[in-house]
Write a protein that binds this ligand. Sequence first.
Ligand code: FE
Length: 258
Amino acid sequence: MKNIRFNRIFTDPGLGLFQQDIRTYNAEDFKVWETLFKKQSKKLPTVAAQEYIDGFKSLRLSEEKIVNLKEVSYRLGMNTGWRVQVVPGRISDSLFFSLLQAKKFPVTSWLRRLDELDYPTAPDLFHDAFGHLPLLMNESFSQFLQGLATITERYRDNPLALELLERVYWYTVEFGLIREKNGLRVYGAGILSSSGEMYYSLSDEPKHCTYEVEAVLNTPFWKNKFQDRYFIVNSFDELRASLPLIEEKVDEILQKAE
Ligand code: FE
């Protein structure tokens, strides 16, 4: 799909025109949605963070029909002020973070094919909607996301800073774990939308590290295979409260690099 590279959403007259057209989904798409939904949702009670589960229920996602982004955006908006912005596939990092800053979560409307159920080539509708949207209903988490986007915008022309901030995004929003009273749970969308990584991430195989800003900033990650470590927060308030330290530590690393 076309990779658009606008510098800022606000100067882009075209993005608002992208809509999800439910009528264009075919039988295979419905099968993909239903199969993934069944497979992942049955694991949620023992794997997912309570805040994610609460959001999941409020958004009323269902296996029978492919998520209607207009409906879900409305529910999200009523509760949180966040909206869904439909995007045509991958978008530039810069556009991505300016959308988040404006409390718009980019969601692509295409779905993976049946023969790539567990390994889609790129984040698709299932990853974006099932993985990300429920937790946006949580205020502390969504404020963290918006705050992280604001910091990222500040460094938009600095590749080193962007690499560091991408690690924060990766180890929290995509692959974060949380310690709850019932034990370790998943809140990262990359894990929640992946069948194998849900159990693996909570098993004894990978390293489980305490969420510390400096450690996260200094830990590179890889795509296309399971992570060898995960960072654990105790609450989403803790995550939100770490924003000033993230900014401070990034500044520090940049100064040392000069
Ligand atoms: Fe994602």
